[in-house]
Design a protein around this ligand. Structure first.
Ligand code: TXE
Length: 479
């Protein structure tokens, strides 16, 4: 199936008529083509967005909200179709896409459709000076949204929904590795009655299509989720043009387990936080630190549970772990397993490719647990972004805190303990944008989402996202 660009409400081929193969990771076969869009396509998308801006930014909040909620309802009505498309494009189990990815994409539109009706700005009375200040929150204009392949529609809509809710027009690019559901979203936007040109979706490579978006002098804000190196590049390109930037980048998140936790709950959640979505979530707890007194028991129980995970075809309802997203990503993850061995890591389970019968060319890998001799080894420091976790024991709160913080990233951290004082001490000191205590990836869309250090700048979610996608303007009136 061939994918087209969605520009000004129309589906069209790239101007150059150049195409890129689209792979199905579950069998390694090409199953369609996507536009290899050039600067000219991005320019056309920009022009469509620019001409729609006046009308969209003047559309009442009630009407904007109604359309966003309509998009959300249409996504829900098409759940099965979208979940199957996401799974085929990405390799994740259909059941996961159906339970998480697509419902969350629908929630993103519903949430921001509601949030915009509650978004208020401030006013300040200058007492004794006979003046009042009020702040307008005006949409920026045309903004760029660029998203990755791990949670394709989920993260694509996490940016687009607040951008649109705030009254902007959007030029968006999904990952070239997983473009399908973004393409299907265009149909839904038309059906929901979204004005032509308000949302434009351009497909293609990061280095050409993505680059044209970030370089565009009149696309004044960029919201990006992806690799840290790409984020650094975007920052460099955007800075001299003074663009607003929101960057959600990589993570190498600690999962810290104390002996006083609720053990069974911790064990089950840790399996999930290690391997959900084949470990390809920036929030996965890929560095597991376990208090020494329960380390041996944890190691045995955890490995036993991980061995029970079924690696299989994404459409098989018994599958826990589907295919990795691409051949090159599989190779990258396998290279890290080799590096672990060279660094004297012990592979406690996994480490091998899996031959799924009938799908021998798919990108399957066993869930892998590596016991590391030190927290300073590469597999414990660098983002692997696959079904690979490290484990090691710790002796004291101070030690584990130091190890947890001794990486360049700072996205999220998970803490398992029933000691309230320790919870408070640790959550204050962990260098992370998000700390989960006795849970993982529990999300409330009103909360600020994002990381510190090399995990990015800015926060998404709730009113933070609406603030990002608007410019505050203070008006001071003397009377
Ligand atoms: O990401 P890229 P990749 C991490 C993970 C992974 C690594 C690289 O460790 O192995 O990043 O993944 C677009 N201008 N994460 O190479 O390249 C690109 O087309 C504008 C963490 O897939 O950063 C895609 O749409 N755009 C992460 C998006 O950026 C450019 C999720 C992300 O791709 C561009 C994914 C350019 N010059 C990977 N170059 C997370 N934080 O969740 C690329 N892009």
């Amino acid at each position: 199936m061939n994918i087209k660009n969605y520009i000004n409400g129309n589906f069209q081929n790239p101007i150059s008529n150049e195409w890129i193969d689209n792979y199905n990771p579950s069998n390694g076969e090409v199953y369609g083509e996507i536009p290899n869009s050039s600067k000219a396509d991005v320019e056309e998308a920009y022009k469509a967005a620019k001409s729609a801006f006046k009308q969209w930014s003047q559309t009442t909040l009630e009407e904007r909200s109604r359309i966003l909620i309509k998009i959300s309802e249409l996504l829900e009505a098409n759940l099965q179709r979208f979940a199957e498309a996401e799974s085929k494009d990405n390799g994740k189990p259909v059941a996961l896409a159906k339970a998480v990815d697509i419902p969350r994409a629908a929630s993103n539109f519903r949430f921001f459709g509601n949030a915009i009706t509650q978004f208020a700005s401030e006013s300040h009375e200058s007492v004794g000076q006979n003046a009042i200040n009020y702040t307008l929150r005006q949409p920026i204009g045309v903004v760029g949204c660029i998203s990755p392949w791990n949670l394709p529609l989920y993260l694509f809509t996490w940016k687009i929904a607040p951008a649109l809710a705030a009254g902007n027009c959007v030029v968006a690019k999904p990952s070239e590795v997983t473009p399908m559901t973004a393409y299907l979203l265009g149909e839904i936007c038309n059906e929901a009655g979204l004005l032509k040109g308000v949302l434009n979706i351009v497909h293609g490579l990061g280095t050409t299509t993505g680059q044209a978006i970030i370089e565009h002098p009149d696309i004044k804000a960029i919201s990006f989720t992806g690799g840290t190196a790409t984020g650094a590049h975007i920052a460099k390109v955007a800075a001299p043009m003074f663009k607003k930037l929101s960057l959600e980048l990589g993570g190498k998140n600690p999962n810290i387990i104390f002996a006083d936790c609720d053990y069974e709950d911790m064990l089950n959640t840790t399996v999930r936080s290690s391997f959900a979505n084949q470990g390809q979530i920036c929030l996965c707890g890929s560095r597991i630190f376990v208090e020494a007194t329960i380390y041996k028991k944890f190691k045995t129980d955890f490995v036993e549970k991980v061995k029970q995970l079924k690696v299989g075809h994404p459409s098989d309802s018994k599958t826990n772990i589907g295919a990795l997203v691409s051949k090159s990503h599989l190779e990258k993850v396998k290279d890290y397993i080799k590096i672990a061995e060279e660094e004297n890591g012990v592979i406690l389970c996994g480490g091998q490719e899996v031959n799924v019968q009938g799908y021998e060319n798919g990108y399957y890998l066993e869930p892998t647990v590596i016991e590391v001799p030190t927290d300073e080894c590469r597999v414990n420091q660098e983002e692997i972004f696959g079904p690979v976790v490290t484990i090691m024991p710790f002796n004291s709160e101070e030690d584990v805190l130091q190890m947890a913080n001794k990486v360049k990233y700072g996205l999220s951290a998970t803490l398992w303990t029933n000691d309230l004082k320790r919870t408070m001490r640790m959550s204050n000191q962990l260098q992370a944008g998000i700390v989960w205590v006795n849970t993982w990836m529990m999300r409330d869309l009103r909360t600020p989402f994002g990381g510190v250090k090399a995990s990015g700048v800015g926060r998404e979610g709730g009113f933070e996202a609406l603030r990002f996608f608007t410019e505050p303007k203070n008006v001071c009136i003397k009377y």
